[in-house]
Design a protein around this ligand. Sequence first.
Ligand SMILES: C[S@@+](CC[C@H](N)C(=O)[O-])C[C@H]1O[C@@H](n2cnc3c(N)ncnc32)[C@H](O)[C@@H]1O
Length: 259
Amino acid sequence: MHGYMFDNSATAEYQRLDLMSKILDPRTRASLSSLGLTKGWNCLELGGGNGSITEWLCEVVGESGSVASVDINPKLLELIPSQNLSVRKVDVRTEDLPAGPFDLVMCRATLHQVSEYAPAVLAKMAASTRPGGWIFVCEPDFNLVRTCEPAAWAKAWNGIIEWGHSQGVEWYIGRKLPAMVQALGFGYPEAKTEVPNIRGTTRDALYFQMVFEMIRDRAIESGFVDAPTLDAASKLLADPDAWTQCWMLTSVWIRKPLQ
Ligand SMILES: C[S@@+](CC[C@H](N)C(=O)[O-])C[C@H]1O[C@@H](n2cnc3c(N)ncnc32)[C@H](O)[C@@H]1O
């Protein structure tokens, strides 16, 4: 069983998660709001990370609602001052989730880290959801980047993806997510996939520069990618006139039947 590839309490990882939240949160908030999320809901988030969605959920559900957020490393979640929040250290692969039932059980950018267990984790999420409640998941899929231009960008990502797979990370999970959620037996889920366009020097570019820096030594040491290839890809991210694409973001949601 692989450990999580980053350390949430490290400064660089805090900054990476912060940037990721700024990129993803507007989309995630809009998706969750469209489910009818409102005051009084009881919510559970798996792999809450830096807690940006956790804290927002606490604000939206208010004093009459509650939020439970779990993570294998809950250090950043524990910093959230919300009174309607409970935080627990949970390895979602092997441990039980907090007792529900919840109106919303969600998870973002976490299942790809525990991909072998993803169907089992989804089953736990389903069991924690009240009849009539919602399950929402969002995961990346990096398949597109392997054919994106320029060639150095695609080459770097081919190596990074192979290295990730050797670490137990499934960076092609997005496309599998709708069928995985359908396998819960609650009917056909809704699904959408978005592809951000990335321009050098923007927030999205800085995010991927940080990813490169953080994995650089380990990825090069693995032999799946070399330093000149990574440097060429990183250079692209520093060019304000360079445009490319990288990840696809797949969101899937379903309502648990009332009976
Ligand atoms: C890429 S971060 C995403 C964080 C947050 N969900 C977001 O979208 O901003 C993945 C999170 O999953 C957590 N994680 C990884 N493996 C886990 C496991 N086995 N059980 C619980 N949490 C896990 C990590 O600690 C990290 O906070």
